[in-house]
Design a protein around this ligand. Sequence first.
Ligand SMILES: [Zn+2]
Length: 89
Amino acid sequence: MYTFLIVSSVLAVFITLIPDIFPYCSCCRKKKFRPFIKLHVPVSFKLWYGGYKSVCRKCCRKYYINSIDDLNNVLRLKKYTEAKIKSEF
Ligand SMILES: [Zn+2]
């Protein structure tokens, strides 16, 4: 009985920690291992991946992202260019 409790609590802790171990890069939309993530900022009180915004090292270097404001600018630009490309075809 106790082993079941321990296993389930460990599993619960592990599941809640997944967004911290494998953050989701908001820029290239890929899940990456924590050491490859440069920016990892809590933005809301949502659980799971909704509460954090993360950017990987590659995107930080590519788009010169140093803060969450830079990320928002890049995301807005990306959305704008994507919409523009789609409207041209
Ligand atoms: Zn990325």
